[in-house]
Each structure stands twice: as structure tokens, then as C-alpha cells.
Design a protein. Structure first.
Length: 146
């Protein structure tokens, strides 16, 4: 099973996130928006976190694809250092979203980087859902597509 994550920030700072969970016999989609202005990197980690939550809820092994270099590098390069430093950066600043980083770190072997320039039907679907969520007053929504 594969999960594709995407987040989008509009000019007004409102963001939408989505993930598409691909099964052998269908697809589940989940999406929502930030309801207020948010930074792209904060929305990226929220989106991957939501995908990890769903994966753990379903007790299934899968691959989570992200196009966020920030999230991927954070998990694969910096989390160990941040943890050793008491969740402080090298500049002694507190790491934001510690709870989300910790949660994702527990399933880090499932996380894979999928650069934005690599075309994927499911990745495009996640992007379109994230854009729709950002443009509408959607807090959290999911659906199954056969």
C-alpha cells in the first residue's frame, strides 16, 4: 500500500493538505485545511503526520511518499540530532511541532521522498484535493474510491 501526501498554500496564507492512500482494490482520500494562515513547512509536516496516523490506525505497513524535502530531511538527517539536543536546533532554538516529528520518527522507515517533478497519478490527485481543501471551508474529510 502507498500513501501520497501533498500540501498547498494559497496567496492569503490559508493552506490545504491531502493524502491519497492506494490499496490493491481502491483508494482512500483524506484532506483538510488550516483554517488560518500557516507556513508551508508546518503544513507539510501536518500532512505527513495525518498520513502516519491513518497508517497506524489501520495497522498496515505501507510507503508514505512526500515531496517535502523539509519533512524528509528533518526525519532522516536532523531528528536524531534534535533529540540528542533536547529538541533544540544547532542555534539553540526550540524545534517546532515536536509531537508531530516524534510521531513520524516512529515510522520513519516508511517515509520516502518523491520529488515534485516526478509525475504520479496519485500525487496529482492529492495535490488537487489539497488545493480544493485550501479553497474551501473544509476541516477534515475522507472518502473511498473504488
Amino acid at each position: 500500500m502507498n500513501i501520497y501526501t501533498k500540501s498547498v498554500i494559497l496567496d492569503n496564507g490559508i493552506g490545504g493538505w491531502a493524502f491519497v492512500k492506494e490499496y490493491v482494490d481502491g483508494v482512500t482520500c483524506m484532506w483538510g485545511n488550516s483554517k488560518e494562515a500557516i507556513k508551508k513547512k508546518d503544513l507539510d509536516i501536518l500532512c505527513v503526520y495525518k498520513a502516519c496516523q491513518k497508517m497506524c490506525q489501520d495497522s498496515m505497513n505501507c510507503i508514505i511518499f512526500t515531496d517535502s524535502k523539509y519533512v524528509f530531511d528533518g526525519i532522516t538527517k536532523f531528528c536524531n540530532i534534535w533529540m540528542e539536543n533536547g529538541w533544540k536546533t544547532k542555534n539553540d532554538k526550540s524545534v517546532k511541532n515536536v509531537e508531530l516529528w516524534e510521531y513520524i520518527y516512529n515510522v520513519k522507515d516508511c517515509l520516502h521522498y518523491l520529488p515534485d517533478n516526478i509525475e504520479s497519478e496519485r500525487s496529482k490527485m492529492a495535490y488537487n484535493l489539497a488545493l480544493e481543501a485550501a479553497n474551501n471551508d473544509v476541516v477534515n474529510f475522507s472518502m473511498m474510491i473504488d
